[in-house]
Design a protein around this ligand. Structure first.
Ligand code: MRU
Length: 348
């Protein structure tokens, strides 16, 4: 199986998600700064995939550091970690991965840095692969037979460099013969649903229906939707969930229509150091993404523009959080602590 992000001995091979679905292009990166740029420009995106890519970025910096004098190696790698940490602020997987890499950096001798850091990056990736496989199985168990499932943004293979979380559960449930239809929102402004989720569903042979974000209420009123499943970028200790902008509205609509709203995410996405969603930094992105559509300007020049990339769904709207260690229901404060007690020390 090939993943959207992979270590190739002395380079990172990465699917350029910004080109999909028109072009399936893989880039080979040999510089840590290039990995940082790929995360910043969202050529690699999705919380777990960002964490994996950043870890490999540090491994690249360590390979370069081998050519420096022993005393210069750790500072060179620390600088790479600092650059990677500046790329995107919301997905905690990025900071959790960098924190693990920094811990290995501090424990290793200068002669051993590139080996130790490469091994840790590969371990982080392996853990995400195993986690998403378990999440897919647990998540599929929540999906009833003959189900219509709605999802938002993209929490699939490409977003995780593994099997996918929310989309992994949907694909697994389809494999078990339980999914009749998947409704995917287009996910304005960057169209992760239209460009990426639909691409993954079609590739997996899952019947997919694309809607615009503004159609969700109408679809819930007029069609039978059995459940909503989404991924997450950061989950606070009380179960509040930061995910792609628009998620909170969908969760509230699901609640109003008595449709269970599930979140599927690895424990690397849980941040116990943030008590509630109010403490999560929300990335603000360029106004151009809103004033344009598919690269073409659609709004007249001059308006004020808001472009928060994420929102926070209150835990009371979440029917369950599916992790690799099991399915957690309210009260989340206890369940998340039991499942993810080790996670989330990095990031702030
Ligand atoms: O801005 P993006 O595309 O990186 O946002 C991604 C999401 O919001 C995903 O739903 C989330 O990271 C989960 S990916 C398994």
């Amino acid at each position: 199986m090939t993943y959207s992000v992979e270590w190739r001995g002395d380079r990172v091979r990465m699917l350029d998600q910004s080109k999909l679905p028109q072009e399936e292009r893989y880039d080979e990166l040999t510089e840590s700064d290039d990995v940082a740029a790929a995360i910043r420009d969202m050529r690699v995106r999705g919380a777990p995939a960002i964490g994996v890519a950043a870890a490999y970025g540090v491994a690249l910096a360590a390979l370069h550091a081998d050519r420096l004098g022993p005393s210069l190696r750790a500072p060179h790698i620390e600088m790479a970690i600092a650059t990677l940490a500046q790329t995107r602020p919301t997905a905690v997987n990025l900071f959790a991965a960098l924190e693990r890499m920094r811990a290995v950096l501090r424990q290793s001798s200068p002669a051993d840095l590139s080996r130790a850091l490469t091994e840790e990056a590969l371990r982080i990736h392996r853990e995400e692969i195993d986690a998403s496989a378990a999440i897919s199985t647990y998540g599929a168990s929540l999906i009833p037979p003959n189900a219509t499932v709605l999802t938002h943004c993209n929490a699939g293979m490409i977003a995780t460099a593994a099997h996918g979380t929310a989309l992994g559960a949907i694909v697994e449930a389809h494999r078990q013969g339980k999914v009749t239809r998947v409704i995917a929102t287009e996910t304005r402004p960057l169209l992760q649903g239209a460009r990426l989720t639909i691409w993954e569903l079609v590739n997996a042979g899952v019947p997919a229906t694309l809607i615009t974000d503004s159609m969700v209420c109408h679809v819930m009123q007029t069609m039978h939707v059995d459940c909503v499943i989404v991924g997450a970028d950061r989950i606070a200790a009380n179960g509040d969930v930061a995910n792609k902008i628009g998620t909170c509205g969908i969760a509230m609509l699901a609640r109003a229509h008595h449709i269970p709203f599930y979140v599927a995410a690895p424990t690397s996405t849980v941040d116990l150091s943030v008590r509630t969603g109010a403490g999560i930094t929300i990335e603000q992105r360029s106004p151009d993404e809103v004033t344009s559509f598919a690269g073409r300007r659609v709004a007249t020049a001059g308006p004020d523009v808001l472009n928060p990339a994420f929102d926070v769904t209150p835990h009371r709207c979440v029917a369950a959080i599916v992790t690799e260690r099991g399915i957690i229901t309210a009260p989340y404060i206890r369940g998340l602590k039991e499942c993810a007690g080790h996670a989330g020390e990095g990031g702030k």
